[in-house]
Design a protein around this ligand. Structure first.
Ligand SMILES: *[C@@H]1O[C@H](CO)[C@@H](O)[C@H](O)[C@H]1NC(C)=O
Ligand SMILES: *[C@@H]1O[C@H](CO)[C@@H](O)[C@H](O)[C@H]1NC(C)=O
Ligand SMILES: *[C@@H]1O[C@H](CO)[C@@H](O)[C@H](O)[C@H]1NC(C)=O
Ligand SMILES: *[C@@H]1O[C@H](CO)[C@@H](O)[C@H](O)[C@H]1NC(C)=O
Ligand SMILES: *[C@@H]1O[C@H](CO)[C@@H](O)[C@H](O)[C@H]1NC(C)=O
Ligand SMILES: *[C@@H]1O[C@H](CO)[C@@H](O)[C@H](O)[C@H]1NC(C)=O
Ligand SMILES: *[C@@H]1O[C@H](CO)[C@@H](O)[C@H](O)[C@H]1NC(C)=O
Length: 429
């Protein structure tokens, strides 16, 4: 249903009283009004009623997968079974019980080290079928749940080897066929794997089985990139604490027109602290785009500089020297996606919008904006040429509002058509 902009604004306000959408009655005005929307028509594709989602991925056959960070949720990876419900995927048993998510040594809290169970899944990505690999749902388990103490103060324990992991699930047989864990000098205890992209070309690693580029957004201050050779399981870091991956100190974004400060129980009034968050690979595989959550700047680095390993003593130096600052975009951004035209989509919670950077004209452009996009969090371009985006109202979650939960179900997957006949990037084989 296509609503008139003023009507949809009113409905959005009515449905999200807790979400503090500003609404003034301007029905009688003679002045020009910002409708809050532009771009292609949006469809409400799926509603979340049980758990607030973080990541999503849509398969070649239209299956919708979602993940949810934990917390006390009973499952952390799910598949939609109809328009209003998801069930644990690939099985309920794969999810560690909430009581086993965290542990402690010498009173230092750690996440579980269980490498075969799911702890807290942050991100999903689907790679198309290749000659040597089925269509695969890749799962990023941070191994770092957010747990509450008895007084309701949330904390995120350190990761320990085994817990933080990448798993590959074949969408042909719905079975895990690969699991990768990380040594503690690659995934630090305070690392947080936020998102992942792939290059499955045989030429990019000696093993010939492709590579994963993972962005470590560490709130604690050591963000950077983690690379993973999918053949050998070897992993290494690049650009740790380069200025381009660090958070912008004391960032104050605004959501729904209101300046935002993070209010966490038991802590002083503060700010979001995430470093490098959005990541995208160019269609031919040779450029990696990225940005911290708390910055307005977009950066890129040649993928070859991330692929270089520590046996090259200049690898880290060369990577630092080869970063490009692609300029500001006009707002903070979290998740990225990309398409066959090389456009780099960037989710912009401050504007309830998605922008894209076009390498052809070196500028960031408006793609789609809508008052329903209250915190876009993760996008997925599917083989069908649709752009899918999660909406999860994150700024209203209790953990950012002194324990007062302000989100109102349902969350949603919205979708719209890609511009210029764009398609999923699929030729990296
Ligand atoms: C807006 O103002 C008009 C004219 O005064 C009035 O008829 C209408 O009921 C108002 N709408 C709301 C939502 O208050
Ligand atoms: C999880 O915790 C939240 C906040 O404390 C609470 O409102 C909710 O009922 C809990 N859910 C479950 C399944 O325990
Ligand atoms: C959607 O699936 C859920 C879980 O299987 C079920 O409880 C619910 O009744 C279904 N809703 C519709 C509209 O089919
Ligand atoms: C898990 O974390 C919570 C919150 O900090 C704590 O109360 C609980 O004791 C921890 N569990 C273990 C087994 O350490
Ligand atoms: C790891 O978690 C899985 C899923 O919950 C469980 O089946 C398995 O027994 C756990 N392994 C260990 C060593 O606890
Ligand atoms: C599922 O498919 C993967 C990849 O083709 C394969 O390695 C694995 O053995 C299969 N597992 C089962 C249980 O069929
Ligand atoms: C910088 O990147 C370019 C590719 O864009 C590459 O040709 C060059 O070797 C890189 N420089 C260094 C010092 O790594």
């Amino acid at each position: 249903m296509h609503l008139l902009p003023t009507v949809s604004l009113f409905l959005a306000a009515a449905a999200t009283v807790m979400a503090q959408v500003t609404f003034q009655n301007s029905s009688q005005t003679i002045l020009r009004v910002d409708t809050g929307s532009y771009g292609p028509e949006i469809e409400e594709f799926h509603y979340y009623y049980q758990q607030w989602p973080i990541g999503l991925a849509v398969s070649s056959t239209g299956r919708l997968f979602a993940c949810y960070t934990r917390g006390n949720y009973s499952f952390t990876l799910g598949e939609a079974v109809n328009k209003t419900a998801e069930v644990p995927y690939p099985s309920a048993e794969l999810n560690l019980p909430v009581s086993q998510l965290n542990t402690s040594f010498n009173r230092i809290p750690f996440g579980s080290s269980n490498a075969s169970g799911l702890i807290s899944v942050q991100a999903l990505y689907i790679t198309p079928q290749t000659s040597s690999r089925p269509e695969t749902l890749w799962v990023v388990d941070t191994g770092r749940p957010t747990v509450m103490d008895a007084s309701g103060t949330p904390s995120t324990p350190y990761g320990q080897p085994g817990g933080p992991k990448i798993i590959g699930i074949s969408l042909s047989n719905d079975s895990i066929y690969a699991t990768y864990t990380f040594p503690p000098d690659v995934h630090y205890p305070d690392s947080y794997m936020n998102d992942i992209r792939f290059d499955l070309r045989s030429s990019v690693t000696p093993s010939g089985q492709g590579i994963a580029y993972i962005v470590d957004s560490s709130d604690e201050g050591r963000p950077g990139f983690i690379m993973l050779d999918l053949g050998t399981g070897e992993s290494w870091r690049r650009l740790t604490q380069d200025p381009s991956v660090l958070r912008v100190a004391n960032d104050v974004p605004s959501y729904q027109g209101r300046p935002f400060y993070q209010r966490t129980n038991g802590m002083p009034v503060g700010h979001l602290r995430e470093g490098a968050d959005g990541i995208q690979i160019s269609p031919e595989g040779e450029t990696i785009y990225y940005s911290p959550l708390t910055s307005d700047y977009l950066y890129s680095i040649p993928a070859l500089n991330l692929r270089a390993k520590d046996d090259d003593p200049l690898a880290e130096q060369a990577a630092h020297n080869n970063i490009s600052n692609l300029g500001q975009r006009g707002g903070n951004a979290n998740g990225f996606e990309g398409d066959s035209n090389g456009l780099v989509y960037q989710l912009v919670p401050e504007h309830n919008a998605v922008f894209y950077y076009d390498p052809a004209d070196l500028q960031t452009h408006a793609f789609v904006r809508d008052p329903r996009i209250i915190w876009p969090d993760s996008a997925s371009v599917a083989m069908d040429g649709w752009f899918y985006v999660n909406v999860n109202q994150l700024p209203y979650q209790g953990a950012w509002n002194g324990g007062s939960e302000g989100r109102v179900f349902p969350g949603a997957v919205l979708r719209c058509r890609l511009p210029r006949g764009g398609r999923k990037i699929g030729g990296l084989v």
